[in-house]
Design a protein around this ligand. Structure first.
Ligand code: DX5
Length: 223
């Protein structure tokens, strides 16, 4: 699959979220990720479906919702109605994972499963027929600006091997500390979708960052 560069808007100026979405779309990002946090599954609180819906009409690129929330199944329709084409959930937050993965698809969205660093691949290996994206977190969920966990690279490679056994085109996404010094390691390990937040905001322009990160990931995969 082609390399995808997907910003998290967690580092954005929350008073100018719409403007940042427009600037990111103009910079050529492949999608925009919304890190939804409920203050319970993670010790942080961010935005909900109404904020996402307010930004939806401003850009044409896809939106994905990363639900770092307890009981995410209770609000799935709200995130799809807000304009998210992909909804990512953590298996630890689900009472009935298979049912929830199917419910996301029944709403017309694609299903993503996020594994925190300590969460084994075993939690998703029997549900791959209901999964469209596998997110291997390279930091503990909850905050941007954390240090990339290179120890996750063998897990990324194992996830790539697991996807190969499924015979399905499941996207392999990484999230957490992804920047110019870390993206190559994640790409070599097998990732094809790269979430970047704080590192992308550090470039002179979003366009510079998207181009540089994409080039580095593509070069690492070609090596
Ligand atoms: C953690 C968040 C962050 C964010 C990216 O819960 O999911 O990983 O998306 O933040 P950076 O790129 O700053 O690590």
């Amino acid at each position: 699959m082609a390399v995808k560069i997907v910003p998290s808007v967690l580092p954005a100026d929350f008073a100018r979220l719409g403007e940042d979405c427009v600037a990111l779309a103009e910079a050529g990002v492949d999608r925009i990720q919304w890190d939804v946090m409920d203050g319970r599954f993670v010790p942080n609180l961010t935005f909900g479906p109404d904020v996402i819906a307010a930004c939806r009409p401003l850009v044409a690129c896809g939106f994905e919702a990363h639900l770092m929330c307890e009981r995410p199944e209770e609000m799935l329709p709200r995130y799809v109605d807000a304009g998210c084409e992909l909804v990512i959930v953590h298996p630890e937050t689900l009472r009935q994972p298979h049912q929830t993965y199917g419910a996301i698809r029944d709403l017309g969205a694609r299903t993503g499963v996020a594994l925190s660093p300590a969460t084994p691949l075993g939690l998703v290996e029997h549900a791959l027929d209901r999964v469209d994206l596998l997110l291997v977190m390279t930091v503990d969920p909850g905050f941007g600006g954390q240090r990339y966990l290179a120890t996750m690279e063998p897990k990324i490679a194992a996830a790539r091997a697991l996807i190969a056994t499924s015979g399905r085109s499941i996207e392999l996404e990484v999230d957490g500390g992804i920047g110019p010094d870390t993206i190559a390691g994640a790409a070599r390990a097998g990732a094809d979708v790269f979430i970047s937040g704080s590192a992308l905001w550090k470039y002179a322009t979003f366009a510079d960052g998207v181009a540089d990160l994409r080039r580095r990931a593509e070069a690492a995969r070609a090596a």
